[in-house]
Design a protein around this ligand. Sequence first.
Ligand SMILES: Cc1ncc(C[n+]2csc(CCOP(=O)(O)OP(=O)(O)O)c2C)c(N)n1
Ligand SMILES: [Mg+2]
Length: 385
Amino acid sequence: MNDSQRPVSTESVDVGIDPLSQAKLEMDTYQVVRPDGSYDADRIPDVDDEAFLDLYRWMLLQRVFDTRATKLQRRGLLGTYPSGRGQEASIIGGGFALSPDDWIFPYGRETGALLMHGLSMRDLLLYWRGIEDASRMDGANIFGLAISIGSHIPVVTGKAWGMKLEGEDRVAFANLGDGATSTGAFHEGINFAGVLDVPAVFFCQNNQYAISRSFDGQTNAETVAQKALAYGMDGIRVDGNDVLAVYNAVSKARERALEGNPVLVEAVTYRRGAHTTSDDPTRYRSESEVEEWAEQDPLERYRSFLEETGRWEEIDEDAIEKEVEAEFSDAVDAADAFEDRGIEAIFDYLYEEKPPELERQFEEFRELLEERPDMYDHIEHRPKG
Ligand SMILES: Cc1ncc(C[n+]2csc(CCOP(=O)(O)OP(=O)(O)O)c2C)c(N)n1
Ligand SMILES: [Mg+2]
């Protein structure tokens, strides 16, 4: 029989195939405080009054830091800076749910959570000045920033696996953006997290953009959370502008992870500012879209909750702002006073002991400088970010 002559049916005959389709997935977005300020009393976390206030204080700190750091970059005093404006509830709610023993893997946009977990403001500023020493993350259980998007996900799985083998009672907490979920490393890393039942939480802030690429331009999946199912993991989708909801979601995910069930959490939010100080978002998105999301401001929403529950009078916004401003100014002074060890430091922190190949590269670098001393300044002032 001639194969090319075989008729292809154009008529649709029901032969009982029922594809698994995302249209059938029911994925709620978990909320505690609604945009109008009303809230679900059964979902209020069981934390003390001070913790409710601290959540607001930290979100305000994030906002003040973002504003100051952006201005500092504009004056040429930071290489670049990625603001978390609009994402404060995700950043702070996630960080607040972690224990001081957990290991945090940042990618850059989670300033408040890093400061909450022991990184100094000075070191964060030094990092964004391109000073390698700051990547040591002194005094904190924080890995170096994964500037190469998604590259940390397999490392998170590896670290969590190690922690499991050592019988440690803590989780590895991966911060990532929606863009990172479209990298190969994400899929490889998360797959093994599922296979190995590691104590890891993958916390994705879906801020709707990977620089200029909108969420639906980079994936045909309707949600990030559903991607967990393909790897046999739990997924949680949460309103990322609702700080109590994020706190609950990450607390739950952490609990599950400690029992050997890694979880992918998607916090649905919006990046209101530029991707970094090197970006101009007016070139790829409309004013009206930004304004729509401005109405969902995480601080205002949480403020309504604090007012409703009689806690707002405990917050002195002016005093908090002044305190953070002063802390920031001191951190800038401390960063200015830091004695940079120069470009050579880039060879120092990847390995405890420099392997031969890195030694060789370092030697080559030194030879280059002997021949062309002018290269030093050229590299030192290379555009960053
Ligand atoms: C592997 C890799 N490819 C490209 C880039 C350039 N880049 C920097 S940030 C970014 C987008 C990240 O988007 P997302 O993961 O959604 O995080 P967001 O910045 O929105 O918080 C890209 C493509 C990079 N840093 N690493
Ligand atoms: Mg993004």
